[in-house]
Ligand binder design. Structure first.
Ligand SMILES: *Cc1c(COP(=O)(O)O)cnc(C)c1O
Length: 414
């Protein structure tokens, strides 16, 4: 393979159909951001909206804002916008709560739909909160109603036996970046009478997702990762329309009631996706997410995916071109159809490397025990950024700068 040059990368930037999107973000100068998979960067329109919500809507319009500024419609409106990015037809996505809480709701629903089955099957190494939410349900319901079974990804198909109620999958592995074939797994699960829940934390806004076409039953995902909704942004929940009539989610708060302002003592669930609401929406953060989603209005997920694959391919090629980086071993699959929008490298000193990188303005993160993780966000990363990042990484390794004691100190958030 001919080596990748800086000139070549500059040319890719010139040809990049998404290049103009970077100007829509407010980014720190002198840093290269590889953490959009953990906390997306700030679209400038989000700041404008936050100011408007505080300066005008809240302070001046006060409680009338629920109607006049459509606060009450935010969960549905934001859900519709997210729905377009994940292949969900109208009325199936709602914005609310956190991914963890939404998992609780859909897991409970799915288990209630499967009274004769007990197992929640998932892939080994799934994100801890997904596992913890099932463990919590086991404690609540007892092992005769809910049992978590984790199997290696290659064993999922075989493990789909008649006692499995739910197949709970995370589409893109948060450590390795491995991408699962959800369409295929959903089809196999359905053939065995198993319902499918998909966690789209590292998928929504990063790659094309087709929930309706794939016939997924339920899905959840984060607002603050590739959707750029800001720290602690509310999450989203998808429930296929074919289930709306017969399901019951247990967090039956007043916002999920058919007529919240009738203040009736008896809970009657809303007919549509609103039945998944619980309490009052987080208006400020949901407004910010609503504004942030505008950056997706004139781009397609196919365009984003193409650039994402280009960025990860080029970055890894640059790493391979540096003899000094031979100790970094890629655990992300090289096949495009098997990787999400991140690269994960194993290295014995991954934590120190990451800290040294951050000190030099290359923002990546570390995942225990030994993974240096880089997320690639096509809306604001340039191809030339990859060159600079790999140069800095190589310099840190060659100079052994990462061995400085200050880089060994563990922070609370890694
Ligand atoms: C980031 C992430 C979450 C986060 O859940 P929160 O409730 O928002 O903290 C859940 N699942 C997966 C797979 C994630 O990557």
């Amino acid at each position: 393979m001919t080596p990748l040059t800086l000139e070549q990368l500059q040319q890719y930037d010139q040809q990049d159909l998404l290049a103009h999107k970077r100007a829509e973000f407010t980014l720190p100068e002198q840093s290269i951001y590889f953490d959009g998979n953990s906390l997306g960067a700030m679209p400038s329109c989000a700041l404008q909206r936050a100011k408007d919500v505080l300066e005008r809507q809240w302070s001046q319009d006060l409680i009338q804002s629920w109607n006049s500024n459509q606060w009450i419609d935010l969960p549905f409106k934001v859900g519709e916008q997210i729905g377009r990015l994940i292949g969900a037809g109208s009325g199936q996505v709602i914005c609310c709560d956190s991914t963890s809480v939404n998992l609780f709701k859909v897991l409970s629903c799915a288990l209630l739909m499967q009274p004769k089955r007990t197992v929640v099957l998932t892939q080994q190494g799934n994100f801890p909160t997904d596992l913890y939410m099932v463990q919590g349900l086991t404690r609540l319901l007892g092992e005769s109603r809910c049992q978590l079974v984790e199997v290696p990804e290659q064993g999922l198909e075989q493990a789909l036996t008649s006692d499995v109620a739910v197949l709970m999958l995370t589409q893109v592995d948060f450590r390795s970046g491995r991408l699962l074939d959800i369409q295929r797994l959903t089809q196999i699960a359905h053939e065995q009478g198993v319902l499918v829940i998909v966690d789209l934390a590292h998928s929504a806004g990063a790659l094309p997702v087709e929930l309706d076409t794939w016939q997924v039953d339920f899905a959840v995902g984060c607002g603050y990762k590739y959707l750029n909704g800001g720290p602690g942004a509310p999450a989203f929940l998808y429930a296929a329309k074919r289930h709306h009539a017969q399901i019951h989610q247990p967090l039956s708060g007043w916002m999920g009631h058919k007529a919240p302002f009738s203040f009736s003592p008896q809970y009657v669930k809303s007919d549509g996706i609103e039945q998944f609401l619980t309490g009052t929406p987080a208006v400020i953060s949901m407004s910010v997410l609503d504004a942030a989603l505008q950056v997706f209005s004139d781009v397609s997920m196919q365009q984003i995916r193409e650039k994402s694959l280009g960025l990860t391919r080029c970055f890894h090629q640059l790493v391979q071109q540096q003899a000094a980086l031979a100790e970094l071993s890629l655990i992300t699959p090289l096949k495009p159809e098997e990787r999400g929008s991140q690269l994960a490298y194993q290295h014995p000193a991954a934590y120190a490397l990451c800290q040294a990188l951050i000190k030099r303005g290359v923002i990546a993160d570390f995942r225990a025990p030994d993974i240096l993780r880089l997320g690639f966000t096509p809306l604001y990363l340039r191809y030339v950024d990859l060159w600079q990042a790999v140069e800095i990484l190589s310099d840190i390794v060659v100079s052994k700068e990462y061995l400085k004691p200050e880089y060994a100190i563990r922070q609370k958030v890694t």
